[in-house]
Design a binder for this molecule. Sequence first.
Ligand SMILES: Cc1ncc(COP(=O)(O)O)c(C=O)c1O
Length: 407
Amino acid sequence: MQSRRAFLAGSVFAPAVLLGKTSYSWAEIEKMIARGDVKGKLSKADLPTPALVLDLDAFEHNVNKMVGFVKGKGRAIRPHGKTHKCPEIARRLVAAGAVGACAAKLSEAEVFAQAGIRGLLITTGVVGPYKIERAVRLAKLAPDTIFCVDNIKNANDLNEAARAAKIKLNIAVDLWVSNRTGIMPGEPAVALVEAMQGLSNLKFTTLQAYAGGASHVTGFEARKKVSQEVMAKAVETRRMLERKGIACSHLTGGSTGTYNIDADIDGITELQPGSFMFMDVDYNRIGGADGNAVYGDFKNALTVFTTVVSKPNDDLAIVDGGLKAFSTDKPFPPKHKTDEGINYAFGGDEHGKITFARGANTLSVGDKAEFIIPHCDPSVNLYDKMFCVRGENVEAIWKVAARGMSQ
Ligand SMILES: Cc1ncc(COP(=O)(O)O)c(C=O)c1O
């Protein structure tokens, strides 16, 4: 019988050296994965599929580039944790120079706080008595957490709960600048901040302006125009507050698509991009400042690794990753990581249909195929863990601990 090593050496993804042993049974691999004891032992070819795979070299490049750029512009960076949902990544971002982490929802922030991450900003309002009770508990654990507010009722409710708990809550007023949540910038926002001045258990420090409608505008110049226009409203709101003598030390916003636009806008103090660390097909398509149609500022670090499980005919292969492996709201499919001629189409919940351009490499049953994800955030939310690799070697396993935390 062919040895496992000889079998793998002949396959598309030959493993790098397996130290210590020449082959492992699945029972052994299962134990290694459970213990996270994989470095120097497992290769990508060993992973059960579909698997979420993070290329550490590309990830570290992306983190260093983004953090270095933003800090070089004299701004703070608080990367969005909704992208990674992974405390280990939040820790690494802070070690690289981030001031903390954004969280989309309260439950996501709770996971980060319990993992010891501080400098949290929850970018969506915390509404209703149960959530507010939890917010107070979170603020006791992580007192520097910032909560977003966009209406006076919610501000009053938070103030009441904070007063009863004898604490102060840090508050950002969330501005509707495009396509997410918030109060209208200008007079309405200023009136809200003024009304909050009488709420003694709230401490207003920050305006938040996330322009989701700007981040994916195709073409750098067009994107710049949109972002500058909408962010100007946030900057002006900050200036209006200052003219009234109300301190507003922070204005936070921005995204992977607009980081190199927003970092040059006077009055923005902090950026909160997320996707840059992983990238996805959606962001690959927006075009860069260099005029290139492919947005090459950051590398594709995140993929889903699949296996061909069926080959109905020479022109069609079926992989074991479908909608449960790639969650997307985009009108385009996953993209093969290296081979332009290998095309993916969704084949239902569990499968993908692979066709081959004329002259392209083909795939056989048992072969692995690695795909760039159409939209990274919701896909990461499908996995309990990500396998971190350097080249073909698996170096670590990181828990996606806030996976499913959408409350
Ligand atoms: C409030 C907020 N800030 C920042 C981001 C990060 O955007 P991106 O992943 O495009 O960098 C998001 C993403 O949806 C967001 O909702």
